[in-house]
Design a protein around this ligand. Structure first.
Ligand code: FO1
Length: 315
């Protein structure tokens, strides 16, 4: 187990754990596969929210309160859009806009999303290997009783209000897993960590890429998730609401159930310690920790606890 640690990550919660991991692991020892199902084109620009959450977190540029975009942001572009009566439901800060403009320009020049992401990471001074889950276009669609919604229409424009009945990942059947993620899985990884991201719309798109799940299971590395649900509530975002609308158990038990076929271990919060035995009866180990990452120290402590738990499982 001399290889890297591979982390599957969505946006906010995932980026916090990845930041903790990046303070412990050296550059190439951390490979992050980011969800790209949230990606979309807006104003002709390619927006990759989960990749950017990880890039901004690792470069110290993220806005901690909002959980997306950059800190110390200015909004001149959005004011001008509003003055021109343009669509203003999706907020692009001026600094953030520069990321989307550069990314879109490099993509137009023919670079792959993987190359563009690596280039942006270098420009942000990041040494960890931040990868899109695939270079191919995949678009998460949220199914509701009133019809299908493109992910950002559901999440931002409709503020996650519609009831969800399911999800679809358009393009996934033709998507090929990112080659660096596959290389990490073949390089005897120390651990595969599923970050505390939304299981349905952040982690499932990664796991549903043809060949990804088999490669993950075949890597002979401990697979450990950190629960995004604490005390029956999502730390941030609509995960708990989605679980309830899908008729799932809105608790760490529902998370364990969702991942039961792949997990060797689940990290749960102290608040949920009473459910540990029931989760273990599903065939995985449990580690109880403080999973609320309120500052850098708690991110690093949780990252270290997750790595230690994975090493214990590997023994
Ligand atoms: N989330 C919002 O709730 N409102 C926004 O206006 C918004 C803008 C935005 C711009 C760039 C970006 O990278 C992310 C942005 N997000 C916004 C967050 C994003 O839609 C979601 O957090 C992720 O897709 C879910 O992981």
């Amino acid at each position: 187990m001399s290889g890297p640690v591979l982390t599957l990550s969505g946006g906010v919660g995932g980026a916090k754990l990845v930041l903790g991991l990046s303070k412990i692991l050296d550059g190439d020892d951390l490979v992050v596969a980011c969800n790209t199902g949230d990606d979309f084109d807006h104003f002709g620009l390619r927006i990759c929210p989960d990749i950017d959450s990880v890039l901004y977190a690792l470069s110290g540029l993220s806005n901690q309160q909002r959980g997306w975009g950059r800190r110390d942001e200015t909004w001149t572009f959005m004011s001008a859009i509003q003055d021109l009566k343009g669509p203003d439901w999706f907020n692009l800060g001026d600094g953030d806009l520069a990321t989307h403009v550069l990314r879109s320009e490099f993509l137009r020049q023919g670079q792959s999303l993987n190359a563009v992401t690596a280039g942006l990471a270098t420009r942000f001074g990041i040494t960890a290997n931040i990868c899109p889950m695939t270079d191919d276009p995949v678009a998460t669609v949220v199914q509701t009783p009133a019809g299908d919604l493109a992910f950002q229409h559901y999440f931002v424009r409709e503020q996650c209000q519609p009831c969800v009945t399911g999800f679809r990942f358009d393009g996934i059947a033709r998507a090929r897993p990112n080659s660096q993620v596959i290389a990490a899985l073949r390089a005897d990884p120390k651990a595969i960590i599923i970050a505390p991201s939304n299981p349905y719309v952040s982690v499932d798109p990664i796991l549903h890429i043809p060949g990804m799940l088999d490669s993950i299971k075949g890597a002979n590395a401990p697979i450990v998730a950190v629960s995004p649900i604490v005390g029956g509530q999502a730390i941030k975002g609509p995960a708990a609401k989605m679980m309830s609308e899908l008729g799932k158990d809105v608790s760490v038990l529902g998370i364990a159930q969702h991942y039961r076929d792949i997990l060797d271990g689940l990290v749960i919060d102290h608040q949920d310690a009473h459910l540990a035995a029931e989760i273990e009866s599903m065939g995985m180990r449990v580690h109880v920790a403080q999973t609320l990452m309120t500052n850098l120290e708690t991110r690093v402590v949780l990252a270290q606890a997750t790595l230690d738990f994975a090493s214990e499982i590997a023994q």
